[in-house]
Design a protein around this ligand. Sequence first.
Ligand code: 1CP
Length: 412
Amino acid sequence: MTDAAVVRARHADSAFVRACRGEPHDTVPVWFMRQAGRALPEYRAIRERHSFEEVVHTPELAAEVTLQPVRRYGTDAAILFSDIVTPAAALGIGVTIRPGVGPVVEEPFTTTADLARLRALEPEADLPFVLDTVSLLVEALDVPLIGFAGAPFTLASYLVEGGPSKSYSRTKALMYRDTMTWHRLLDKLAALTIASLRAQVERGASAVQLFDSWAGVLDPVDYDRHVRPHSARVLEELEDLGVPRIHFGVGTGELLGAMAAAGADVVGVDWRVPLDVGRARIPRGVGFQGNLEPAVCLGPWDQVAERARDVLERAAGAPDHVFNLGHGVMPETDPAVLERLVELVHREGRTDGERTGAPVPAAHGSVEGDEVPVVRAGEPRDAVAGARRAAEPELAARDVATDVGNGDDGGH
Ligand code: 1CP
């Protein structure tokens, strides 16, 4: 097992990790959500012979498809090939990935009794194939590996809906009608996510991304009340590992401040919000990632280049910007376009600007102008994190979350 200090040091000098920390570096780093997968002919060739689950459960194959986009595109980070429902599936709750659909849960969660189906995750015993993939990748990669997990809300949405949803009406109905069960469910999913992410980092992942992909279906009041305390717990319980924590959701323009306040080091911005506008909603001291519209990559190269330059201009050379798409690579994307996009970002993405962002809320009352605590390159983030925590409202929901603990009984 890797020593914690070694893990922290790994790739600490890479452009990606330095950008996540807002430390000086020359070139804007770039990677793509869903960079592995169907856009790549070499991925499709593997999928012709193996199911998605076989790939995820076979470390050599999972490592290979993780490496494919790094080799072809020259991205500055790799993202582990797995799925957000993999840890829940390992608990035996009956979830499979259906091709062309996504995760499907045979018996969706409907009542308090279903909580008993979520026992505590023991990563080394339950997810040895994922962790062995991480170990293989850490040996093979010259760039940082991003570990990831689904955030409690997005995981809950699959368990409660039984699969992808447009309205999330079952999920929201549980949230409003049986708030106690809701918080107990999210509490258990937070424990699952923490265990999975900690294990990935202990095996050598250099950063983590918490995907709350569908949180954008919530308004800010519901997000703060029903979701944020659980995501905040996940992010807080990873803090001691010392690796950057990225927090991302689709359609979360109105939630960017709340998602930063949950304790992220970097907040992902989807393509619907102009990057400078999104950036201004994230406190100074917290980095930002994004946000080229993924569908632009289906169009002619001149347009891709123009729009990528627009993203870079809006990021204004800030040292805490990580270039990405606003969501995942579309399967129809021509890989040659993504290859040129990486070249463009590396050639034209210079980090000669200042850290920007919204004033960080003060511990008590408002903060004016110069008193805003700004984290400078190389400084600890404690000042900002402290201010952020103090500014957070006390949420009754957090108490519920703490009271029910991480137990595996699911009984009460
Ligand atoms: O047929 C296939 O090959 C399966 C398609 C596929 C792939 C390639 C699925 C099913 N998952 C994955 C891999 C995957 N999933 C990765 C690693 C690949 C990479 O990023 O390079 C990651 C990080 C995920 C994470 C994931 N799965 C998320 C969060 C990211 C996001 O896109 O917001 C979500 C929401 C899922 C659920 C999921 N899994 C698969 C699909 C098609 C979906 C989405 C279903 C839906 O619309 O609800």
